[in-house]
Design a protein around this ligand. Structure first.
Ligand code: URP
Ligand code: ZN
Length: 464
């Protein structure tokens, strides 16, 4: 299977250049103007006027997540379709064992659940307790190519880890050559606040946000950074939402500690005003950490520019309003999570490139694809337009004027938090393994996603 993309606008060394890309057998084989290819033997796409980016790598999604309110409203089939329509061709989801279950058994179960994916996928593995066998299980996961481990400091009544267990996980992961990713929120402090608001009859979604103030995040960020330094473990902090957290992260990076940060589109473009109103309007915005102030939005954009934040993950975890209604009379029972898997590129282009002087295509490619691929051991197979990389490409049409955010979802959830947002441009065409799978925003061809095994953490992966 051959394909030639002519006149592709790609970002090279920080500059947009027009070139041709020749694809063979699912890989990028030649990049350069006028490659000597017989046009009669291959399909040609004229990408004149389109920006060609590497297929997105979303390092943080929760598809088919089991919760007390039922499964999250996208499974691997529907979620991967939304991702693809939005220009994302690789996702990293999570393995969350139940207590007493080995990480390796849970990994095998999770792999079986993901077979419906139409894009490539991998998993971070979550130790939810420390057992005598955990260190060995971590080693086995790493030997099998699952090299990142997610720990939760929140959710102490279920999957959260106490400090001693967290430290042991970090030591074991560091020894085996992996990286720890951390959900940084002080679980005990939050639980106290949640319970006292509830006792006072304060039960609406607003109190979800008020019971998770920024210091409960930044104190956890500080603690995780200290533990990771002591354990000599690379650390990746997921869904950073607040300016205070960024200060700790910046300080650690300046000390040359291997600390990476992710934020999510919702923390860049939405704010705490979404919690004012009735349950049906506000419950959709219940996620952890909660939305913050406009000053935090701005601090996060600045931190992307300063390369303090390296990636944008969506933390895609949608629930229907009917599922959110489990907490109609008790915000503590509202399932946490919001959609976003298909909107990342569109939002970054429209709210970043079109509106800000400090965010360009180079940064967009880095946070959308290259950096997550590097940090999680799949670069340059993914996240790159380089000879030998997988031919996963997005052709973004910047000529589409402002319109409602395109609906990428094939699921039935009625809680899209971005529905009032207007965006510019669309991911017009997506190639996956060298085949056109999305045309004019519609999936026209489906391939089977592959399970990606990943390399060890590369200590040369920089923060700056
Ligand atoms: O609110 C969130 N983030 N939901 C997904 C699960 C998690 O905490 O990451
Ligand atoms: Zn998450």
């Amino acid at each position: 299977m051959h394909m030639l993309i002519k006149n592709a606008g790609i970002v090279t060394n920080g500059k947009l250049e027009t070139t041709d890309i020749y694809i063979r057998d699912g890989k990028l084989e030649r990049i350069g103007k006028n490659p000597e290819i017989s046009l009669t033997t291959c399909n040609t796409i004229d990408a004149g006027g389109l920006i060609v980016l590497p297929g997105g790598v979303d390092p943080h999604v929760h598809l088919h997540l089991n919760t007390p309110a039922g499964y999250s409203a996208d499974d691997f089939r529907t979620g991967s379709e939304a991702a693809l329509r939005g220009g994302t061709t690789t996702i990293i989801d999570f393995v969350t064992p139940h207590k007493g279950q080995s990480l390796v058994d849970a990994l095998d179960e999770r792999i079986a659940e993901a077979t419906g994916s139409i894009i490539d996928y991998s998993f971070h593995v979550s130790p939810v307790e420390w057992r005598t066998t955990t260190a060995k299980e971590i080693e086995t996961c790493i030997e099998r190519g699952f090299t990142s481990f997610k720990v939760y400091m929140a959710y102490q009544d279920s999957i959260g880890l106490k400090e001693d267990a967290l430290f042991k996980v970090m030591q074991s992961v560091a020894k085996a050559g992996g990286i720890v990713t951390a959900h940084c929120e002080m679980g005990d402090a939050i639980d106290n606040l949640r319970n006292s608001y509830f006792r006072e009859g304060k039960v609406s979604p607003l109190y979800h946000a008020l019971s998770r103030p920024p210091e409960t995040e930044s104190n956890a960020v500080k603690k995780a950074i200290e533990l990771a330094a002591k354990a000599s473990c690379p650390l990746y902090i997921v869904h950073v939402s607040s300016a205070e957290s960024l200060q700790h992260i910046r300080k650690a990076q300046l000390n040359n500690q291997k600390v990476f940060a992710e934020t999510c589109p919702h923390y860049l473009v939405l704010n705490e005003s979404e919690y004012q109103g009735a349950f049906d309007q506000t419950a959709a915005f219940v996620m952890s950490p909660p939305l913050r102030k406009k000053t935090d939005n701005e601090a996060l954009w600045e931190a992307i520019h300063a390369k303090v934040v390296q990636t944008i993950g969506t933390d895609h975890c949608p629930f229907t309003l009917s599922q959110k209604s489990a907490g109609r009379n008790d915000f503590r029972k509202i399932p946490n999570g919001v959609p976003g898997i298909g909107h990342r590129l569109n939002l970054l282009y429209s709210k970043g490139i079109c509106l800000r002087n400090d965010f360009d295509f180079d940064q967009l490619v880095n946070v959308f694809a290259t950096n997550p691929a590097k940090i999680f051991g799949i670069y340059p197979q993914k996240g790159a337009i380089e000879v030998g990389s997988d031919a996963d490409l997005v052709l973004y049409n910047i000529r589409i004027p402002e319109q409602d955010l395109p609906d990428t979802s094939s699921s039935q959830y009625d809680t899209d938090i971005y529905k009032t947002i207007k965006t510019k441009g669309i991911p017009e065409m997506v190639l996956f393994r060298g085949e056109v799978v999305v045309d004019k925003g519609i999936v026209i061809h489906q391939l089977k996603g592959r399970l990606l095994t990943r390399g060890l953490f590369d200590n040369k992966t920089g923060c700056h």
